[in-house]
Design a binder for this molecule. Structure first.
Ligand SMILES: *Cc1c(COP(=O)(O)O)cnc(C)c1O
Length: 231
């Protein structure tokens, strides 16, 4: 029986699902700043879905690891001038937060690939953050995504403000769960709620997350970034 970080986290997600009577939340391994070799090592343990923040860094890794057939999610802020690269190389973009980005991703998603899976990033409680749309904007953005045949609306993503005590993130996680329910009333295809990171994924799952994004608890502390432009 292995006690790798991966197997410990999967066991924890199983236990959390048992407590809530649901399917276990999907684990997205956040591999930003990690070398391709670290991704390959986790893939060899069975992990399929990986999250990246920086488009150029990710595209290099995706190319290097193409033979492994992994599923790649963009979770970092996306500038419109990188929408073509993102639409070409990723399977999911979780950081869609404005109409212009919806239109650009739809325009550039190659016809030979399946529709790009899209999550709307919501700025649920962080007034200082420039990223994520306001909760009031979700339905309009969802309509715009749903009208695009090259995009598939899959749900919502949030990065609530961090708290020393992760219990204090519960209200934001619960507000996101309520927002997903509202979205699903009009768009039943929106089946994904992506929230929770290394420090607070149990609280996110307790509130209803079915995808958690875990980096440092899986890979250890992140190496500093040296490549790619700041965003
Ligand atoms: C880095 C990052 C994560 C993972 O954070 P950890 O604390 O390392 O688990 C999750 N989501 C987003 C959007 C991130 O940028």
């Amino acid at each position: 029986m292995s006690s790798s970080p991966l197997s410990l986290i999967l066991t924890r997600l199983d236990a959390l699902a048992g407590a809530c009577g649901q399917h276990p939340a999907r684990l997205l391994a956040v591999s930003k700043t990690q070398p391709a070799a670290a991704v390959a090592a986790l893939a060899a343990q069975g992990q399929r879905a990986f999250g990246e923040n920086y488009v150029q860094e990710a595209v290099a890794k995706i190319g290097e690891l193409a033979a492994l057939g992994l599923e790649w999610h963009l979770i970092g802020h996306l500038q419109s001038n990188k929408a073509e690269l993102a639409a070409t190389h990723f399977d999911w973009v979780q950081s869609v937060d404005r109409p212009k980005l919806v239109d650009a991703l739809a325009r550039y998603r190659p016809a030979n690939l399946p529709p790009l899976n899209v999550l709307i990033q919501v700025n649920i409680d962080d007034e200082d953050s420039k990223h994520g749309c306001a909760p009031e904007q979700v339905l309009a953005l969802a309509s715009r995504i749903a009208a695009q045949p090259r995009l598939q609306l899959r749900g919502l993503m949030a990065i609530p403000a961090a708290h020393a005590d992760p219990q204090h993130s519960l209200p934001a996680f619960q507000a996101m769960a309520a927002l997903l329910q509202r979205l699903q009333a009009d768009f039943p295809q929106a089946d994904t709620l992506s929230m929770g990171m290394s420090a607070d994924y149990p609280q996110a799952v307790a509130a209803g997350a079915n995808m958690v994004r875990v980096g440092s608890a899986l890979f250890g502390a992140r190496p500093a970034r040296s490549t790619d432009a700041p965003h």
